[in-house]
Design a protein around this ligand. Structure first.
Ligand code: UGA
Length: 432
């Protein structure tokens, strides 16, 4: 099939490359000429394991192409995926849909035969209805079909998640479009993915509801971790004990810092906003947002207590600053709430991240990037393990640290408390 992905961010690029790898002809479109030039040279703008190899392979095989010309690319294609960003509106909580609607206007000028137009971007309920109106202004209804097909890719695991999804959700009441999409996804269905055809609005809501539910699960276990710290219980036992109940499931029950990233914070706010538009209150999700916002303060207080309230001139090391491992994404990372506050209080913060230094942290006083773990932890009073990269899972702290032993706050519960204590470290985890 001939596909066009509009927007070469996370969703568009990963989905486009994977569709090409399944044998389709894919054009990935972006208005950023520099990005398109780099992609043609095999340079990938994001860190995602395995993506570069797939881009090079499919570009070489001519199944994948890149372009800045949206209208020509749409004309050449049968299925158009809208994959542009839907960030939170500045100063508000609703999703900013200006890019989506702008793309829809361009598509409406290029409908030369029947086309399926799909929103893969996360868009609030009724966005499909609006796109239908925009495209319907210039085109006959029989020439296009608007479908919602949300993505459920995790950063860092995106290729695996694309090839082996739990489910493929396709929101359309039109038999013809459903049939075409079922054929497009048939290689994944034959590997075990569930195919679910729903109404378009239901598909739009499934995406938000899934992210909000996962954010709730993480927040739930994070709050229980607070209780475990006060009652001398290990949160890991609680996660395992709860997860063994198949109705609950063990995934997304790992306590840690506040959840972050480009999706959970944005999507939880946007679903509340949608509910308010329809005069409904989602009180559970509202408290999840509040609890998560408090979490970075709570962990900052923990840091202050560990340092006996003497932050000034203390050397604090962060291992990992992105919102989670296997990504270079800093969006809504809890490190961005913690590091500025520690810098303000006079701490000297060194950090190391496997994806390099971060411009977001440049403006803060006494915050420096170190090239490796050893340099970052040298002379630290406190080491904070902030993300769960493999690089941080078997650090031999003893060989790196000469002299006074630092306090270690392991926010991902990677190390064994008893082993760390045996080695003479003041070691603390989350909820244990
Ligand atoms: C999330 C969803 O998991 C994807 O299904 C979805 O497609 C994506 O958003 C999106 O909407 O595009 P992602 O933002 O990449 O994916 O990150 P997750 O792996 O879900 O992690 C989100 C946050 O929860 C991170 O801060 C992570 O550290 C935290 N988390 C996750 C925990 O603290 N504990 C856990 O057990 C799991």
């Amino acid at each position: 099939m001939k596909l066009c992905m509009i927007g070469t961010g996370y969703v568009g690029l990963v989905s486009g490359v994977c569709f090409a790898d399944l044998g389709n002809n894919v054009i990935c479109v972006d208005k950023d000429q520099q990005k398109i030039n780099s992609l043609k040279k095999g340079k990938i703008p994001i860190y995602e394991p395995g993506l570069e190899e797939l881009v090079l392979k499919n570009y070489k095989n001519k199944r994948l192409d890149f372009s800045t010309d949206l209208e020509v690319s749409v004309k050449k294609s049968d299925i158009i995926f809208i994959c542009v960003g839907t960030p939170t509106k500045k100063g508000g909580s609703s999703a900013d849909l200006s890019q989506v609607y702008n793309v829809a206007k361009h598509i409406s000028k290029s409908i030369n035969k029947f086309k399926i137009i799909i929103t893969k971007s996360t868009v609030p309920v009724t966005t499909g209805d609006e796109i239908e109106k925009i495209i319907g202004k210039k085109n006959k209804k029989k020439n296009f079909s608007i479908v919602s097909n949300p993505e459920f890719l995790r950063e860092g695991e995106a290729i695996r998640d694309f090839i082996y999804p739990d489910r493929v959700v396709v929101g359309t009441n039109e038999v013809r479009s459903n049939k075409i999409l079922k054929t497009l996804y048939s290689p994944l269905i034959s590997k075990g993915a569930q195919y679910l055809n729903t109404s378009r609005r239901a598909a739009e809501l499934i995406k938000y509801a899934s992210n909000a539910f996962l954010a709730t699960k993480v927040t739930f276990i994070n709050e229980l971790a607070n209780l475990c710290e006060k009652t001398d219980i290990n949160i890991e036992d609680i996660s395992i004990g709860m997860g063994l109940d198949k109705r609950i499931g063990s995934r997304f029950l790992r306590a840690g810092p506040a959840y972050g990233g480009s999706c959970f914070p944005k999507d939880t706010k946007a679903i509340i906003n949608t509910a308010e538009r329809f005069k409904t209150s989602l009180s559970v999700i509202k408290s999840v947002i509040k609890s998560n916002e408090n979490r970075s303060n709570l962990l900052l207080n923990r840091v202050k207590n560990l340092l006996k309230n003497r932050i000034k001139n203390k050397n604090i090391c962060f291992l990992g600053v992105t919102f989670k491992a296997n990504t270079d994404d800093m969006r809504d990372s809890s490190s961005l709430s913690m590091i500025p506050e520690l810098s303000k209080k006079g701490a000297k913060v060194n950090y190391y991240d496997p994806t390099g230094s971060k411009s977001e942290l440049n403006k803060y006083k006494n915050v420096s990037y170190k090239q490796n773990i050893k340099d970052a932890i040298k002379k630290s009073d406190l080491i904070i393990i902030h993300t769960e990269w493999n690089d941080f899972k078997s650090i031999n702290f003893k060989t790196f640290i000469k002299g006074k032993k630092p306090i270690i706050l392991d926010m991902r519960n990677i190390y064994s408390p008893s082993k760390m204590k045996q080695q003479g470290f003041k070691y603390f985890g989350i909820g244990r």
